[in-house]
Design a protein around this ligand. Structure first.
Ligand SMILES: [Zn+2]
Length: 149
């Protein structure tokens, strides 16, 4: 089977988030069949919810669509390295593979910081692929924060 990246869909969600004044991070959840079951961008400001990160919202919607608190065999695409909270939720959801774009030296929890998936208390470790379309993802974030200053 040929690899198909769904990062463009995640980037579209990140752009939409920026237009709403939210930090531009987007995520999509892809079922084993290759169908996108959920897509989301950050909505922390809109929902007044510090947990409303793109990954959390996308997994929540995917779980609701599937009717289960777990998403085995599902892939998550996210434009930025997941934070510790999202990484823990990814593990709890039993996501099979995580593809992310930009590295996040400030708040990332996968390749740096607490490295959630490397922790002995992490019961499910997904396959992780980083640097997927990292450039456009990083540019979105840089432009967003530059405009804020
Ligand atoms: Zn997060």
């Amino acid at each position: 089977m040929n690899f198909r990246s769904y990062m463009d869909e995640a980037l579209a969600e990140a752009r939409a988030a920026a237009e709403r004044g939210e930090v531009p991070v987007g995520a999509v959840v892809v079922a084993p069949s290759g169908v996108v079951v959920a897509r989301a961008g950050n909505r922390t400001r809109e929902l007044c919810d510090p947990t409303a990160h793109a990954e959390i919202l996308a997994m929540r919607a995917a779980c609701a669509a599937v009717g289960s608190e777990r998403l085995p065999g599902h892939d998550l695409y996210v434009t930025l390295e997941p934070c510790p909270m999202c990484a823990a939720a990814i593990s709890n959801a039993r996501i099979a593979r995580v593809y992310y774009g930009a590295a996040d030296p400030k708040s990332g929890g996968v390749a740096q910081g607490p490295r959630i998936f490397a922790h002995s208390q992490c019961h499910h470790v997904p396959e992780v692929y980083d640097g997927i379309a990292a450039e456009p993802a990083e540019k979105l974030l840089k432009d967003f924060f530059a405009a804020k200053r």
